[in-house]
Design a protein around this ligand. Structure first.
Ligand code: FAD
Length: 528
């Protein structure tokens, strides 16, 4: 066992060197530093029962992105005289073993607001405290500490962006200098009998070549994140004029937004550093857009969802979630499967779902379209089911943001104009009349004339034949007719909203069952 003071830096997210207060504290005044990442088989090992290649919790693209981020971190640590110690197993158990076996007197890790980490971290902190080990767990994944905002708001999270922004103000560290580099790190101490490995490859994790087909074009890691950031920052006009929701969801060769979300998700990029870089640009230009539409405003959306998620019990469910409308969603697995497998028959929707499967990233408005289509727009399937699909396949899959946006898009919370539905036909056409996006992600439609590309079922058989795409054979017929399905969805949403209002939000399981029955009966009567 090594003598002297040892620190353990536990990496989970926050996979970076720059602006990493936990790493800084771990490396200060320590004779030894153990930088650790634990590979949890539940997150990384293949689960062949899942609907896509990957583990039981994550699709392969995100696992690959994580491995790339770990390799990059390892190589940065090596340049500083250290390395990443990769261990395998249940993270809680592995960490306790490390703390028992190594001579550690300081345990450092980034604070995490997700329920999974909240309970795990509590247990670890209590073990550390009983063993006389100091813990340091700073908030560095978000711009603000969600707990502070909630406290300022009298114990409840603000439920609108505007009130969030007002309460949040400016981050305390706004004008301080962030620590962007570390010159060296203490050496690694004796690792005893703990089994340490290198960052594994996808194949070493147990995946086969045949599973590696749909590879996202986005590479993981802090170096890649900083490179991306530095590529667009010099374009000050672009940064200053950024305005969401303007922007083209069909731009895939050169996406219309930063594609920094997967890097922020894993903490390869510090949101604080990103914030400071944007402020530097804003200072240099005369005029720039403002929140909520500006680029800095997007980072505030991220913090907004983190804050609401942290302060709302059962945020990721309809049941028991006080901010979520209770809606009698349908249980129609065949519709969910058609959506998930890009077989709805609406090329715009299916192309987006293919992009999700292949790239693990889509433009924000594209996400809007498919989430609306699955839930309140056309299929009336539960938002939790769509959330699960995104949670698995997105490379930027983020517990707070994903759930928050599904609540929003399904008109279950935050946004309530359920009459405003995205058309699966005309919305995409506005941006991309030729259908280049569809042709790219759905090559079966590549020869369909532009007049029919968004509604191929309207093409005469001779046109379908010439395009080598017969609807119903080479590409599916539509699962629902949009006009009637969206009308039916509006009716159901109207009834559900009325019920929620009548019962002042206290809608029971039985109330929902009764409403479901009534909606069915009304529909049968209408048909008669
Ligand atoms: P930019 O427009 O360049 O924005 C910069 C950063 O701001 C993003 O990287 C992201 O961290 C943050 N941001 C942007 N938009 C939002 C938003 N609406 N809410 C919160 N933060 C935002 N984003 C995720 O990071 N993870 C998710 O799991 C996720 N799930 C979503 C699910 C649905 C149904 C919808 C409609 C949106 C979801 N988003 C999610 C939000 C948004 O679509 C992505 O953050 C954005 O498209 C990422 O691309 P970008 O990095 O180019 O964004």
């Amino acid at each position: 066992m090594a003598t002297g003071s040892g620190s353990l830096m536990w990496f989970r997210k926050g996979l970076r060197i720059h602006d990493n207060p936990a790493l800084e504290r771990a490396s200060g005044a320590s004779s030894f530093l153990y930088p650790v990442f634990v590979i949890d088989p539940r997150y990384m090992a293949p689960d062949r029962r899942a609907f896509s290649p990957g583990s039981s919790l994550a699709g392969l693209n995100r696992i690959r992105f994580l491995l790339e981020s770990l390799s990059d971190l390892d190589s940065s640590l090596r340049k500083l005289g250290s390395r990443l110690l990769v261990l395998k197993g249940d993270p809680g158990e592995v960490l306790v073993r490390c703390l028992k076996e190594w001579n550690i007197n300081k345990l450092c890790f980034e604070y995490d607001t997700e329920p999974y980490y909240q309970s795990l971290d509590e247990k670890l902190k209590s073990f550390a405290s009983s063993a006389g080990i100091e813990t340091f767990s700073p908030v560095s994944h978000t711009l603000f500490n969600p707990a502070d905002i909630i406290e300022k708001n009298g114990g409840r999270p603000p439920l609108s962006y505007q009130s969030f922004v007002k309460l949040a103000g400016k981050p305390l560290w706004e004008s301080s200098t962030l620590n962007l580099s570390i010159s060296s790190l203490p050496p690694i101490g004796d690792v005893g009998s703990m089994e340490i490995s290198e960052v594994p490859t996808i194949i070493e994790l147990g995946y086969s070549d045949s599973e590696l087909v749909d590879e996202t074009p986005f590479r993981g890691g802090e170096s890649e994140a900083l490179k991306r950031l530095k590529e667009f920052l010099p374009n000050k006009a672009w940064v200053a004029n950024f305005e969401k929701p303007k922007g083209d969801p069909s731009a895939f060769d050169k996406p219309d937004t930063t594609v920094l979300s997967p890097y922020l998700k894993f903490g390869c990029l510090s949101s604080g550093y990103f914030y400071q870089c944007l402020n530097d640009v804003y200072r240099d230009v005369k005029k720039h857009t403002q929140p909520p539409v500006s680029l800095l405003g997007q980072l505030l959306w991220r913090d907004f969802f983190y804050t609401v998620a942290f302060g709302t019990p059962n945020f990721d469910r309809m049941k028991g979630n006080r901010i979520c409308k209770q809606i009698p969603w349908d249980e129609r697995d065949e519709l969910l499967a058609a959506w998930r497998e890009a077989r709805t028959g609406y090329p715009w929707i299916d192309a987006i779902m293919v992009q999700l499967k292949k790239w693990g990233w889509m433009h924000h408005l594209a996400r809007h379209c498919v989430a609306c289509f699955l839930t309140r727009g056309d299929l009336f399937v539960h938002w939790e089911k769509g959330r699960d699909v995104f949670e698995r396949l997105l490379i930027d899959s983020d517990w707070a943001i994903n759930n928050g946006n599904w609540l929003w898009l399904s008109c279950s919370s935050f946004f309530y104009q359920y009459n405003r539905i995205y058309s699966p036909i005309s919305f995409g056409k506005k941006y991309d009349p030729n259908g280049n996006y569809i042709r790219h992600f759905l090559p079966v439609l590549k020869d369909m004339p532009k007049e029919y590309i968004y509604e191929p079922w309207t093409a005469p058989l001779s046109v379908q034949t010439k395009a080598k795409c017969i609807i119903g054979r080479d590409y599916p017929k539509t699962v629902v007719g949009h006009d009637s399905a969206s009308k039916e969805c509006r009716r159901k949403m109207g009834e559900a909203y009325a019920l929620n209002q009548r019962l002042n939000g206290s809608v029971s399981e039985q109330d929902l069952k009764n409403l479901r029955r009534k909606l069915e009966e009304d529909r049968t009567e209408e048909k008669i």
